[in-house]
Write a protein that binds this ligand. Structure first.
Ligand SMILES: C[S@@+](CC[C@H](N)C(=O)[O-])C[C@H]1O[C@@H](n2cnc3c(N)ncnc32)[C@H](O)[C@@H]1O
Length: 328
């Protein structure tokens, strides 16, 4: 892979921004708002912290929140420690950067856990752009406070009692039957699970190619049969699995990714998102034995897709679901 996973996670922020199902997110925000503060949110597999910044910027969080964000990848947490304060400041927060660390490290002196505190700047002072306006409601509360802990940890080995768990683009790469009870164990009574961008069984490209369906089927076979955990239909499986484990599904809906060029170029770094997907697919297909799809035909398909991406002619769509559920 040419670019790091951290650059990919940063680049896909704008793709997720467009894709997120607003109805499911609004229900999540409404469910959080009545709870005693500080509302305790726990994010599993937070990557570089885009969801924290987004929820704060979009005014989706209650005024007082303690937000514990964990990822097992130390480099992603390191990048989150740089990006999250900068993003929050850009969207109208002051951030106390005198991070408090526990002293524990995870190799190379990287702190296992650091905490920073963000407060919305007074709404009447300096709000000029619309995204900042959206978080203005919290700025009217003089006690508004977002305390963020960024932590290197395995999501399924920690202990906590949160009001909500956020798991974005995570539940499609883990074993659902184990993950769903593990999430319940991290929640207080009536706790919520918000699982946006959960992949659900469709990757398509345009212009069409006669090999598209076979390539997609092999890609899904890799997710289902070869990769250690996860499934190509995790989104719908999650909707079916949650009630069997005693959860109420409060809202669910599509959050498809769509990346296309505008006047010949892809917005932001979104070209890198598609490049990463093509690389992941190529690696996956390499590992799937497929007598019906010889290496030459496969190579020609990828070569065509790379050329179309270079020329700004490739459209990429992936079908995801956003799911919000409450543990009974
Ligand atoms: C597809 S990325 C999504 C990152 C982020 N949620 C986002 O949407 O940008 C999946 C993330 O989950 C993390 N991850 C996977 N399994 C994990 C586990 N057991 N514990 C903690 N993090 C995990 C990976 O390191 C990666 O950062």
């Amino acid at each position: 892979m040419t670019d790091s996973i951290q650059s990919y996670l940063e680049a896909k922020r704008s793709v997720d921004d467009r894709a997120l199902n607003r109805r499911v997110l609004e229900r999540f925000t409404a469910e959080l708002s009545g709870r005693p503060e500080p509302v305790r949110i726990l994010e599993l597999g937070c990557g570089v912290g885009t969801m924290i910044a987004r929820l704060a910027e979009w005014g989706s969080l209650p005024a007082r929140v303690s937000y514990r964000a964990v990822d097992r990848d130390a480099a992603s947490i390191e990048r989150a420690r740089e990006l999250v304060p900068a993003w929050l400041e850009a969207s109208g927060y002051t951030v106390d950067r005198s991070e408090s660390a526990t002293g524990e490290t995870v190799g190379d002196g990287v702190p296992k856990s650091t905490t920073l505190v963000a407060r919305p700047v007074d709404a009447k002072d300096s709000r000029t752009d619309t995204s900042a306006d959206r978080s203005a409601a919290n700025a009217d509360r003089s006690d508004a406070r977002l305390e963020i802990t960024l932590e290197v940890a395995d999501a399924f080995e920690i202990e906590d009692e949160g009001d909500a768990v956020v798991a974005a683009a995570l539940l499609d790469i883990v074993a659902l039957e184990d993950a769903v009870p593990a999430v319940a164990d991290l929640l207080a009574d009536d706790g919520l699970c918000y699982a946006p961008i959960t992949y659900d069984g469709a990757t398509t490209f345009a212009p069409r190619d006669r090999l598209d369906e076979r390539i997609e089927a092999q890609y899904h076979r890799h997710m289902d049969d070869i990769r250690d955990e996860g499934s190509s239909r995790a989104g719908s499986a999650l909707v079916a699995t949650l009630p069997r484990h005693g959860w109420d599904v409060l809202a669910a809906g599509g959050s498809d990714w769509l990346v296309r060029s505008v006047e010949g170029s892809y917005p932001g770094d979104e070209r890198a998102v598609v490049a990463r997907v093509l690389e992941t697919m190529a690696d996956a297909l390499e590992a799937v034995p497929s007598p019906e799809l010889d290496a030459g035909a496969r190579w020609r398909w990828f070569d065509r897709r790379w050329r179309e991406l270079e020329d700004g002619d490739l459209v990429y769509v992936a079908h995801n679901l956003d799911v919000l559920a409450r543990v009974q």
